[in-house]
Write a protein that binds this ligand. Structure first.
Ligand code: B4P
Length: 182
């Protein structure tokens, strides 16, 4: 099975859910920028304070802030891993490409978890995190379309893209992902 992976998808597509499952099963490292940012927010660091307002409004935290948080983690990558929620912009994707080249650990696959917008909204409303109100969710979906969806083309041109239907129950989607990556 491929072991150096990136999970792409709209907010609520299930990137975090599926990445955690697969990491547990295959003993991979799970690197989620959402989790890293939320840890900074709860520790009330200066980075966290800067990120909090943007996250609660449904925007993307600045590339420079995200890169400052992930760079050290990426430099220490080894074995198999899943990047979950990073990159989210072309600037982040270019920075990632340079970094992985330097550490000689190229990506093996990029998995797009594809889910219809109305499903996304229902899922996130029932999760009820601080940034999960309907207006904020709609804003996050718009931001995804504008800033993150260009990555689909970017990774497709590099021959790395796999698309998985992310609608259905969690176990069913996990099986589709396994087939896709084997
Ligand atoms: P993330 O933490 O990445 O969160 P997400 O996109 O909302 O969710 P994900 O797709 O992981 O869904 P999940 O599995 O949790 O980002 C949060 C914020 O951080 C961003 O808006 C942004 O501000 C900031 N950020 C993060 N990375 C950044 C970056 N690189 N650059 C800039 N800013 C960044 O699933 C959602 C819910 O659905 C859960 O409750 C789950 O239980 C449920 N669920 C999952 N699969 C299901 C299924 N099959 N059926 C029913 N429910 C399901």
């Amino acid at each position: 099975m491929k072991q150096r992976l990136l999970f792409l998808g709209a907010p609520g597509a299930g990137k975090g859910t599926q990445a955690s499952l697969l990491c547990r099963q295959q003993s991979l490292l799970h690197l989620s920028t959402g989790d890293l940012l939320r840890a900074e927010v709860s520790a009330k660091t200066s980075l966290g304070l800067e990120a909090e307002a943007v996250m609660n409004e449904g925007g993307l935290v600045s590339d420079s802030l995200v890169l400052s948080i992930v760079q050290k983690k990426l430099n220490n990558l080894q074995g198999g891993w899943i990047l979950d929620g990073f990159p989210r912009t072309l600037v982040q994707a270019h920075a990632l490409e340079d970094l992985l080249e330097k550490i000689n650990q190229p990506l093996e696959a990029v998995l797009l978890i594809d889910v219809n917008d109305e499903f996304l909204i229902q899922r996130l409303l029932s999760r009820g995190r601080e940034d999960d109100s309907e207006s904020v969710i709609r804003k996050r979906i718009e931001v995804f379309q504008e800033k993150t969806s260009p990555l689909v083309d970017y990774y497709s041109k590099r021959g790395l893209l796999e698309i998985v239907n992310g609608e259905g129950d969690i176990g069913e989607i996990a099986s589709r992902i396994e087939i896709c990556l084997s």
